[in-house]
Design a protein around this ligand. Structure first.
Ligand SMILES: Cc1cc2nc3c(=O)[nH]c(=O)nc-3n(C[C@H](O)[C@H](O)[C@H](O)COP(=O)(O)OP(=O)(O)OC[C@H]3O[C@@H](n4cnc5c(N)ncnc54)[C@H](O)[C@@H]3O)c2cc1C
Length: 287
């Protein structure tokens, strides 16, 4: 259980990191090292070179400005879980970050690494889908923005290019919505067996916007569009979490639901319906 040899480079700026990634074949950024190093030790990944971005000051910090929260890619799960601004304006994200691993993982792992890695079980991914967050990426051709729903492509596959780094997460906070995250922990690994995040925005008693993001169920985190459609436009009083959760099956991945020693695909689908109903029941009560 030890990693193959690799080159190590430390970038002082975003520009330097992008240059290094563009000039060293198959080099990968290194941030909190809590996602990549465990996989290098088990030979699941073996990049020949690492570009350490963890000291780039510009990538840290959490700010609320006007209608959005900007979370730097190097913000740790602990920074996010403890941030008053995130807790107040994007509670699902604070709850998801607070549910990650243990104290040590939350103190070291970063939101940029968590989202860029493409691990299908990560908690913050469900929240960024439900909150319609966007990631800002920087590459050799400048900056671009990706919606959370465009980011996750497959198991350990994301739309982040090999010579790009995630610089920030932008979370819209202008609507007066309510959000929450529910994690059912796999007791064997501590990762989510099922994680569901929801966002509801109501106006004059009607549900104007509903979004549900889910992690640990398929090859990558997804939205439950059928559940969202059931809720949107309904009266907040008449809508029932049970009727919405009945439509979970419409959005399950075509490639199949994940199965592992803790939960078969069938059991996991059942847990997803139960947890979606629970989460939505709470959000509808708040709304
Ligand atoms: C024991 C343990 C338990 C864990 N439990 C959980 C859990 O319950 N829930 C959960 O969500 N996560 C969990 N994790 C994963 C943890 O959240 C990691 O922090 C996360 O997966 C990776 O973030 P990192 O900063 O450590 O990234 P790194 O390990 O440094 O990098 C991970 C990957 O992302 C790339 N990368 C890193 N930063 C960037 C960037 N800014 N731009 C582009 N690419 C980048 C790297 O090249 C690499 O491919 C656990 C990890 C451990 C070790």
């Amino acid at each position: 259980m030890h990693a193959d040899g690799f080159e190590y480079h430390r970038a002082g700026t975003v520009e330097e990191a992008v240059d290094l990634l563009g000039s060293i074949p198959d080099a990968e950024p290194l941030a909190g090292a809590h996602g990549l190093l465990p996989r290098m030790k088990t030979d699941e990944e073996s990049p020949p070179a690492l570009v350490d971005i963890s000291r780039i000051e510009r990538l840290s910090g959490i700010e609320r400005d006007g209608g959005s929260l900007t979370v730097g890619a190097l913000a740790t799960h602990a920074d996010i879980a403890e941030s008053t601004a995130v807790r107040e304006h994007a509670p699902a994200l604070a709850e998801a970050a607070g549910a990650v691993g243990d104290l040590q993982v939350r103190a070291g792992g970063t939101i940029g690494g968590n989202l860029a890695h493409g691990d299908p079980r990560v908690d913050p991914a469900a929240a960024v889908l439900a909150l319609k967050a966007k990631t800002t990426l920087r590459g050799p051709d400048g900056e671009r923005t990706l919606a959370a729903s465009e980011l996750f492509e497959g198991e350990f596959e994301t739309a982040v290019g090999a010579d790009e780094i995630v610089t920030a997460l932008e979370v819209p906070t202008d609507g007066a919505g309510t959000s929450a995250y529910h994690k059912r922990r796999n007791p064997l690994s501590g990762y989510a067996a099922v994680g569901v995040a929801g966002y509801l925005r109501c106006d004059e008693g009607a549900i104007e916007e509903a979004r549900v993001g889910v992690t640990a169920v398929g090859p990558h985190p997804i939205r439950l569009r059928g559940v969202e459609a059931e809720l949107e436009g309904a009266s907040a009083e008449a809508a029932t979490a049970a009727a919405a959760a009945d439509r979970v099956g419409e959005s399950l991945p075509a490639s199949g639901v994940r199965s592992d020693p803790y939960a078969s695909a069938e059991f996991r689908s059942h847990l997803l319906s139960v947890d979606t109903e629970d989460l939505l029941g709470g959000l509808l009560g708040d709304a």
